[in-house]
Design a protein around this ligand. Structure first.
Ligand code: AMP
Length: 545
């Protein structure tokens, strides 16, 4: 027997069409650079995304499956790019505006971006990136986010570019396995690597993002996207939200605690997403209010990117705000696991319910998860034995863009090695207990310990240096540089910091230094980071908030 089902290729254009057909009245509410509110309906987003698609194809002649980059905050124009770029048959490439200009330039070159769509308020950053480009020469399109700014020479204005009738625009016919978007991840060493999503992976991920037991997304939701649209596509929630027909709320660059509380009060979101750092800041602002606030009752929060402490879940529950934790990676689109609440959980005392919600949870539908030791042997699901978390699924990357397959990242039987170390209990709930990748996550951004060590050791007065993560109340983790001076040398922490400043993105510049006589080593001569982590376990970073 053969299946009688139609062979319809999956495409993000289906999500755009659905929104345009059924949810035209839904709104994207955003904040402009001067903090004024501005809204745009899905009907407008639909029309304008198609106009952008037509312009990219006809006016800028962007070839099929080539990348078009965005350097933008979260706002309605960016949402149009999310759908308009794929609708042109091109690949949405979101650039992380927090990286250093040299890193952004590397990434633009590596992706071969044909066009870069930049917020007018981010032109000063782009001007620093452009002279560092070596391989690519993208056409510049400027979004009038603040409005009223002069266009740089040779640049096109977004509004005049898309000012056209695209009512008859026909999407290019596509195979569902063709690329739809790409994001870069920072590895332990070396340059960032590109993960390329397909139409198929994005649509399946968006559909599963609408399963109620994840974060209960529906057409009745108003979703606040605090997570930047350049971080794993804001966890790909814009795709699910358009599919479900939920309103979206975009904070733009106004990401401080008070600003976000103002936005929540004004827009009354029912669901919000962001990394723990953001929520810690909001909790502080909530606990020491400058005035009484009318906050959304019963708001759900999807929190991920780093572990969510049990105390945070309990603290927000007292404000009738309910945290759902998500675990995932850029490589996993990113939905990997969620601590789904079963009826049995609701019978537990509240404190135990919060502990369960603080676990990283069970694999999302269509994703498989296991833990394995260093030899690759599967570890038992007893809640005690730990091992590397490995995943497989239709939206998990099987490779990186343009680099030879890295056996350190994939198992012989084709699972992704996440570099996270976890336990899984008898019910299948995973808990992250450690990280085998030598990386530091500071406020949602990665810092490579190994790259930082190499930079520090480039200082002529430093004999050797090791970098580990230490705790910080706001940023989660910050780098601690443990360094040894060369004999007779006099460099101090301030001098070393100044030496590093021009070479690093602002968030990666260390504030904590420890000068020692020698760094503990393993028998094979490698830095013994486990010993350093023990030594500085209680050290709290002095980085400013
Ligand atoms: P990224 O690719 O930047 O999204 O980072 C993915 C990594 O962030 C994962 O491999 C974890 O190390 C970490 N991460 C993401 N979500 C969580 C979570 N809920 N709990 C603990 N770590 C997390």
């Amino acid at each position: 027997m053969k299946s009688t089902m139609m062979q319809v290729p999956l495409s993000t254009n289906m999500i755009l069409e659905r929104a345009g057909t059924y949810f035209g009245e839904r709104q994207v509410l955003g904040r402009l650079p001067d903090k004024r509110y501005a809204s745009r309906s899905y009907a407008e987003v639909y029309r304008r995304a198609r106009q952008l698609a037509q312009a990219l194809r006809e006016e800028l002649a962007v070839p099929r499956n080539e990348a078009v980059a965005t350097l933008c905050w979260n706002h309605a124009w960016h949402l149009e790019c999310y759908f308009g770029i794929p609708a042109a048959g091109a690949v949405l490439h979101t650039l992380n505006l927090r990286l250093s200009p040299a890193e952004i330039a590397y990434i633009v070159d590596d992706a071969g971006d044909r066009v870069v769509i930049v917020d007018d308020v981010l032109l000063p950053l782009w001007e620093k990136v452009r002279p560092l480009l070596r391989a690519s020469n993208p056409r510049l399109v400027v979004v009038p986010y603040a409005g009223g700014m002069a266009l740089p020479d040779g640049a096109l204005g977004y509004e005049s570019l898309i000012d056209r009738d695209a009512s008859a625009y026909a999407y290019p016919v596509q195979d569902e396995n063709e690329p739809v978007g790409m994001c870069y991840t920072s590895g332990t060493t070396g340059q960032p690597k590109g993960v390329v999503y397909s139409h198929r992976s994005m649509v399946l991920h968006a559909a599963v993002g609408c399963v109620p037991d994840l974060f209960d997304l529906s057409a009745r939701d108003r979703v606040l996207l605090v997570t930047p649209m350049f971080h794993a596509n804001a966890w790909a929630v814009p795709f699910s939200a358009l599919m479900a027909g939920a309103d979206q709320i975009m904070p733009g660059p106004h990401l401080g605690g008070e600003d976000l509380l103002d936005l929540m009060e004004h827009a009354q979101p029912t669901l919000a997403l962001g990394v723990p750092t953001i929520w810690m800041m909001i909790h502080q602002a909530l606990e020491a209010p400058t005035r009484e606030r009318r906050l959304p009752k019963g708001m759900r929060m999807l929190v991920g990117g780093a572990a969510v402490p049990t105390s945070m879940i309990a603290n927000f529950a007292r404000h009738d705000m309910h945290i759902v934790q998500g675990w995932g990676m850029t490589e996993t689109s990113p939905l990997g696991s969620v601590p789904v609440v079963k009826p049995e959980t609701l019978e537990l005392p509240l404190s135990q319910q919060h502990e369960r919600r603080a676990m990283q949870g069970i694999a999302t539908p269509l994703v498989e998860m296991r833990i394995a030791d260093e030899t690759g042997a599967p570890q038992p699901w007893d809640g005690q034995s730990s091992g590397e978390v490995q995943v497989r699924g239709p939206w998990v990357t099987g490779d990186y863009h343009g680099v030879p397959r890295d056996p350190a990242k994939f198992t012989a039987d084709g699972w992704l090695r996440t570099g996270d170390v976890g336990t899984i209990d008898a019910d299948g709930y995973m808990r992250i207990v450690d990280r085998s990748k030598d990386l530091i996550k500071s406020g949602g951004e990665w810092i490579s310990s190994v790259d930082l060590e190499n930079l520090v050791m480039n200082h002529p007065d430093v004999a050797e240096a090791a970098v580990i993560a230490i705790a910080h109340p706001k940023w989660g983790e910050r780098p601690l540089v443990v360094a040894v001076r060369r004999a007779g040398a006099e460099v101090d922490s301030a001098g070393l910091r100044e030496f590093l400043r021009p070479k690093l993105a602002r968030f990666a510049l260390p504030d904590d230094f420890e000068w020692v006589d020698a760094i503990p080593r393993t028998s094979t001569g490698k830095f013994l980071k486990t010993r350093l982590r023990e030594l500085y376990r209680d050290r709290v970073s002095a980085s400013p908030d």
